[in-house]
Design a protein around this ligand. Sequence first.
Ligand code: GAR
Length: 266
Amino acid sequence: MEKPMRIGALISGGGTNLQAIIDACSTGAIGGRMVFVGSDNPLAGGLERARKAGIPHFTVDYSSILSAMRQGVGPPPPADFDLAQTLSRQKLFPKSATAETLERHFTGRAIAEARLLVAMAPYPFDLLVLAGFMRNLSPYFIDRVNIEAGRPRIMNIHPALLPAFPGVDGYGDTFRYGCKVGGCTVHFIDYGEDSGPIIGQRAFAILPEDTEESIRKKGLALEWELYPECIRLYAEERLELVPTTWTLDGGRQVRRVLVRQRRAAF
Ligand code: GAR
């Protein structure tokens, strides 16, 4: 891998994880540098963090693209978008979803994602980190970033102990369920929702006096440690993907790609 590793980031909000990664790059804890920050939200606080750190940044305003589409005045899908191929790969919607829902969703995504890809093109990168990016990525985008088989290049941090509580409010869902332990997960992106191979997790106790707000604080503090740590392992080429199959009693087969951490070479 090119040294230092080139990291791109996508954000939607305040960017405290982004800041933790920028800081870890500047102290040398990650052998990498941030080459761009992209946002789907023009008001994302993380854009200011990028500006302060002198990192190129841009916005692709998903909300305005999707609302133009709803009004029937949206731009056309990109010329290289193949709806049938996207639908054959996607795992975000169940089979019962209507053709209209699927077409609307994935065409809108491809339009926004094509713009993201254009905005990212001037900044070649080795790893793309989603740091509080609140949009699902579709196969259209994922397949244009993961160009080498067996070498995923998109990482995400999620505010729950996956596979529990995927979706947009991991800490809130953990709290409302009455869990006694919460946590965060870093994983590679695949075609499903928060379903890709797990790289690392951190957990914390939820005490009787905790509130939704206090567990969010505990969780975020762990995210700021975990995400740079996982990115460091990637930069050191210490994450190995291991496709694994188990045959359970009754013959049912379970297949998953596991991430194994290699020891440091020294
Ligand atoms: C973090 O808690 C992150 O885990 C979560 O958004 C927050 C972003 O905070 N991500 C998701 O929910 C992704 N589905 P930040 O902008 O301060 O880093």
